[in-house]
Design a protein around this ligand. Structure first.
Ligand code: GLN
Length: 346
């Protein structure tokens, strides 16, 4: 009896002992890699309550129509790489996407022409200047700008494939829509307002042309760029766009392949180094996430393999980034412990 008993008893003791050590280790690993629905909802709720009453910042007003947008709009959305959607606050109000579109047009250029073309024809280094700086173009004679500030963005728009202006615009609108998982449309008053007052962007496009760094008619390229900036989105749209990048280029809600994993691989580093204009370094230092902001008040950030998170709140800081959006995203990243650079030693 004893033999029969002791035989199986050794493995049982071994398994039991192993479990004592392995179980907590597995639990620890899981808590580092997975977020429960409750944790995500709690993080969004807390962030919303904590920052809701903030009065800092001011709507952009250099585009007249943006000054008229309700500055109380405040919406948060997080969409996981497997397509779960979490929202808090106002996710129905639309704002113009503005510069957030630049990250996705950049991805489209990489997808259409390859990453080397982007690097050679535009550049990928942060300029360290405000987003509509002419000095940044002049200093490098049109070279080494990047697609996430106006000069590089207008050049990126000029590179989009299409026989004419209308084909290029349709292609951009379709690609942004595929990222968002629904048909997006133009905010006509914002487009008209900016189109009537975009001499500075036209000057940038012409200066790039003078340096041989504009790849389609400068007036038409600036017009398509102005349209692309006036696409209407809410926080949920932006979060799904971010989640598509987090999921290797496949929209996790519609399951449509928008761009390749390699395109995402080249898109995210530029968002990390230049996504928040001349405050990109401060942002990346504090959040660890590639992101893109726009003067309409939206910011989208991407946690690769995990989720896209977006906030819409129009009041901006001096650099042109939404004050509340930055605070909320940083808070949620910290709360969920998902900064990709936070590694627990083995
Ligand atoms: N359409 C705006 C512009 O060109 C976009 C700027 C932005 O969002 N930073 O000025």
């Amino acid at each position: 009896m004893k033999k029969h008993f002791t035989g199986p008893a050794i493995p049982v003791v071994l398994i039991f002992t192993c479990c004592l050590f392995i179980a907590p280790a597995v639990a620890l690993a899981q808590s580092a890699n997975t977020m429960t629905k409750e944790q995500i909802n709690a993080a969004l709720d807390e962030a919303y309550t904590k920052f809701k009453e903030g009065k800092e910042g001011k709507n952009a007003d250099y585009i007249k129509e943006l000054a008229r947008v309700d500055s109380r709009i405040f919406g948060i959305a997080l969409v996981t790489a497997d397509g779960q959607i979490f929202t808090k606050g106002d996710i129905s109000s639309m704002v113009s996407i503005q510069s957030v579109s630049k990250a996705f047009v950049m991805a489209q250029v990489i997808e259409e022409q390859g990453h080397q073309a982007l690097q050679d024809k535009i550049g990928i280094d942060a300029t360290g200047e405000v987003f509509n700086s002419i000095v940044a173009v002049e200093r490098m004679r049109g070279k080494e700008i990047n697609p996430l500030v106006n000069p590089g963005a207008i050049a990126a728009t000029s590179l989009i494939k299409g026989a004419d202006s209308s084909a290029k615009w349709k292609s951009i609108l379709q690609c942004q829509s595929d990222f968002a998982g629904r048909q997006l449309s133009l905010n006509m008053p914002v487009y008209i307002s900016e189109a009537g007052d975009n001499l500075r962007n036209q000057a940038i496009a012409h200066l790039l042309l003078a340096y041989g760094r504009m790849y389609f008619d400068p007036v038409q390229s600036t017009d398509i760029y102005t349209r692309q900036c006036a696409i209407n989105v809410n926080a949920k749209d932006l979060a799904i766009m971010g989640a598509t990048l987090a999921n290797g280029g496949v929209n996790p809600v519609t399951k449509k392949k928008v761009v390749s994993p390699e395109t995402v691989m080249y898109t995210l580093p530029v968002m990390a180094t230049a996504g928040l204009y001349d405050d990109s370094g401060i942002w990346y230092y504090n959040s660890g996430l590639p992101a893109k902001s726009g003067v309409g008040g939206g910011i989208v950030a991407v946690c690769p393999g995990k989720f896209g998170i977006a906030v819409v709140s129009p009041p901006l800081d001096e650099a042109g980034n939404s004050v509340k959006a930055q605070m909320v995203i940083k808070y949620v990243v910290e709360k969920l412990g998902v900064n990709p650079f936070l590694v627990q030693p083995k």
